[in-house]
Design a protein around this ligand. Structure first.
Ligand SMILES: [Zn+2]
Length: 457
């Protein structure tokens, strides 16, 4: 049992996260305590003492620590860095970003060249190594538990369009061609229109293509659907959930174990009223799937923690909008699902975050180059027992429009299968981690101040 003794809710959040992320379960009683509570601990026991003095603005590469008898002193402010990374507090300090997200270039991780590394997991792993040495030196048996014995894949698709064959689209292209007065370009556009129109199936209505590819490997994924009032609107030419072909396909997907979630439009990220409308349309269309759904915002448009607060209010199970649009990477320093903490309200938020690690459009090149880059980042996640959350848009599987991405997706799935990965819908990934964190929580406890005083009396 690990007993955590500290002075604030946020410190409890950080230390509980630390314990849960390591997965280490010692077989005897150990105290984890912050420097300001050292006087409360019993000297006979084993103690890990966390110093909270931030010495540098640079994210630490290794843990500075020392063992003195039955004390392990951690001099690196790991608590401060867990709070900084997971609350995304730096994002609320950035202004003038057009309400989208913090520009990646302004994040401390990018500036330090670690945005493509699970930097938080790595420093926690370094702590874990020191902690294990401490337990071994004191002859305390321990075991390590993990959410899954196999690496986990969270395959997701934002469905921005379901119809490539569209008269509106053809007219739009023609206008573009005519306005540039280039005969060659107009000819290319006419050929393109003919080409798409002659296809047997619509390349944007790609549900069956994904279902077949993923099903071949025993994988299931999550589709995030827009829930707009009209076919044409602020988001351009999209679709509505009243589309019969779409609702029939969704039913088929859900019956076969695939999952759907909501893809809220850009205006909703800070508007409870607008988000509520989209949720209500979604629930009406898919009343049979229950209310606790997941969400990924269109264009990843979100401001943390405000967007989390809104999502909590509307009862979403999880968000998966926390990722960089420009580059693959670890926006919170980890790929693991976590419960965010609201610094302003000083409390845990009742919504999960499943960080988005790789988005298709952020990686260019040949199919082999795309595959290699994603495998590299996937392995960084797997090394730390974290899932890989991958976003492939509904149109990126089209052989005709995105031959390299389409081939890369299939190569990746083959690689992941050979690597013994399991591929499950996002909600199942959250459930798996939620159960794992519950198990970890049963091996730790908090001591609140009155209880400490009682113990010392
Ligand atoms: Zn989108």
């Amino acid at each position: 049992m690990i007993t955590i003794i500290t002075s604030s809710e946020i410190n409890y959040y950080a230390l509980e996260t630390l314990v849960d992320f390591t997965g280490i379960v010692p077989q005897s009683s150990i105290n984890f305590c912050t420097g300001d509570r050292v006087s409360y601990i019993q000297s006979g026991k084993l103690n890990v003492v966390f110093n909270q003095v931030k010495k540098s603005n640079k994210f630490p590469k290794i843990i500075d620590c020392e063992i003195k008898g039955n004390y392990l002193y951690i001099h690196t402010d790991i608590i401060g860095w867990i709070i900084e990374s997971l609350t995304r507090s730096e994002e609320s300090r950035v202004t003038n970003n057009n309400g989208r997200t913090i520009p990646m270039e302004e994040s401390f991780a990018y500036k330090q060249g670690i945005h493509q590394k699970p930097y938080l997991d790595q420093i926690i792993h370094d702590f874990q190594v020191q902690f294990i040495s401490f337990l071994d030196a004191n002859k305390v048996p321990w075991e390590q538990i993990h959410p899954s014995t196999n690496p986990i894949l969270s395959l997701t698709h934002d469905v921005d369009s379901i119809q490539a064959k569209s008269v509106f689209r053809y007219i739009y292209w023609m206008i573009q061609g005519i306005t540039c007065l280039n005969i060659k370009k107009i000819k290319i556009i006419i050929d393109r229109i003919k080409d798409i129109n002659n296809l047997d199936s619509d390349p944007h209505f790609s549900f069956d293509i994904y279902k077949n590819i993923e099903g071949k490997f025993g994988y299931k994924s999550t589709f995030y659907l827009l829930s707009l009032a009209h076919y044409l609107g602020r988001e351009g030419r999209r679709y509505t959930l009243k589309n019969k072909k779409l609702s029939d396909k969704v039913r088929d997907l859900v019956q076969n174990g695939w999952e759907i979630g909501l893809h809220p439009s850009r205006v909703t990220h800070l508007s409870q009223k607008m988000l509520k409308k989209e949720v209500s349309r979604f629930n009406k269309a898919f009343h049979y799937i229950g209310n606790s759904i997941g969400v990924r915002n269109h264009y990843l448009k979100a401001i943390f923690p405000e967007t989390w607060r809104l999502q909590e209010l509307l009862g979403f199970k999880y968000d998966s909008s926390l990722g960089w649009a420009k580059s693959p990477g670890f926006r919170a320093g980890t790929a693991k699902p976590f419960r965010p903490f609201d610094i302003k309200d000083n409390r845990f938020l009742n919504v999960w975050e499943l960080p988005l690690i790789v988005m298709d459009g952020a990686i260019q090149g040949s199919s082999s180059e795309i595959t290699d880059q994603i495998i590299k980042i996937a392995e960084e996640s797997f090394q730390n027992y974290a899932p890989l959350t991958l976003l492939w848009h509904s149109d990126r599987i089209s052989n005709r429009d995105y031959p390299e991405h389409s081939a890369a997706y299939q190569k990746l799935l083959k690689y992941f299968k050979d690597r013994n990965c399991i591929g499950i819908p996002a909600t199942e990934v959250i459930d798996l981690y939620e159960n794992y964190y519950k198990t970890m929580a049963s091996h730790r406890r908090r001591i609140n101040e009155p209880e400490i005083k009682f113990q010392n009396d």
